[in-house]
Design a protein around this ligand. Structure first.
Ligand SMILES: Nc1ncnc2c1ncn2[C@@H]1O[C@H](COP(=O)(O)OP(=O)(O)OP(=O)(O)O)[C@@H](O)[C@H]1O
Ligand SMILES: [Mg+2]
Length: 320
């Protein structure tokens, strides 16, 4: 069963929104999920209309049937202090390092180190258990970096494990990769039905697979409703259309004919292009789920709507 859901995709396609909807969808009936953010942009707080998240797991929403969604914005600096504390018991010394700005310095000069800390913290939440040995979270959903960076991001601990051949850092790095490369993890890719994001999805899936990372689903976001296009395939004859409009009681129907036909052609063309993009996604051989375009933008109610759409399409074994 998947416990770590990593949500990536081209910038602006809806990663943060879809990750939040997924966390809600997986938090069914008493289950508990954690939604983590790694890019330090407070996108989750904005989406749930709450104040900025501290570096602390907080309940931000109650889901269908009383499930709970917690959220965490992982701060690399604080995560490094955790890490130093865990391995070197550097309690106050760690705080001294922070005062000196050493931690900021370390995470700035070594972007790889940031990623080690971010993925490490997410995996720690996945593995965390209570005193009875039960998992604290049924699932962790990560609002991850975009497709172009995600393979490197997720694989960074492999490099670390190779560099530190033994000792606590080596073991920690191996434990993190153990989670990320296991069937407990699924990397989902958010896309739109447009050429660029679909191409990026196809490339991303190839890259993830080449790196031995587990690809989950493709989530097509902002899908626009389709008219029954079959009837529009052949352009209707203008005189017939004018007569029909007149019959419907419209005055001066001839002025409407050209704009209506133009709209119909545009729609037909879009549906044709989308059909091509859908086919390219189908060829990837992963499950494909679709989320509708919300006309009014994504308010909290819209987010719950998207989560319901996901619940309907998500494989029941996944959500069980
Ligand atoms: N299904 C949808 N219907 C309508 N609007 C949507 C939908 N999904 C996302 N949006 C809107 O699209 C915009 C981008 O969404 P979001 O911030 O989730 O994308 P992102 O991929 O996380 O972006 P970034 O790359 O900047 O992190 C937001 O304004 C969001 O409200
Ligand atoms: Mg985002």
């Amino acid at each position: 069963m998947t416990r770590l859901h990593v949500v990536t995709g081209k910038g602006g396609t809806g990663k943060t929104t879809v990750a939040a909807a997924l966390a809600l969808a997986l938090a069914e009936e008493g289950r508990r999920t954690l939604l983590v953010e790694v890019e330090g942009r407070q996108g989750i707080a904005q989406l749930f209309e709450t104040e900025a998240l501290p570096y602390e797991e907080r309940k931000i929403a109650v889901s269908h049937g009383g499930g709970e969604v917690y959220a965490l914005a992982i701060d690399p600096e604080k995560a490094l202090l955790d890490y130093l504390q865990m391995f070197y018991k550097l309690g106050s010394a760690g705080r001294a390092l922070k005062k000196l700005g050493a931690i900021d310095f370390a995470t700035t000069i070594a972007p790889g180190l940031r990623d080690v800390l971010l993925t490490g913290k997410a995996c720690e939440a996945v593995r965390r258990k209570d005193k009875q040995g039960r998992r604290i979270y049924d699932a962790v959903v990560m609002d991850a970096p975009p497709t172009g960076r995600v393979t490197r991001f997720l694989g960074v601990n492999e490099e670390v494990a190779g560099l530190a051949k033994a000792g606590p850092v080596h073991h920690q790095a191996q434990a993190v990769m153990g989670v990320i490369k296991s069937p407990e993890t699924a990397v989902h890719l958010v896309t739109l039905l447009e050429e660029m994001p679909v191409q990026e999805t196809v490339d991303g899936v190839r890259e993830l697979r080449a790196a031995g990372l587990p690809v989950g689903s493709v989530l097509v976001n902002m899908v626009r409703p389709r008219l029954p296009v079959e009837g529009l395939e052949g352009t209707p004859a203008s005189p017939g259309l004018a007569r029909a409009l007149a019959g419907a009681g419209l005055s001066r129907p001839e002025t409407l004919v050209a704009p209506l036909l133009a709209q119909a052609r545009e729609h037909t063309e879009r549906v044709r292009l989308e059909r091509g993009q859908r086919a390219a996604l189908e060829r990837l051989g992963t499950p494909v789920h679709e989320l509708g375009l919300l006309g009014e933008g994504v308010e909290l109610a819209g987010l719950y709507g998207l989560s319901a759409e996901l619940r309907e399409q998500w494989p029941p074994t996944e959500a069980a």
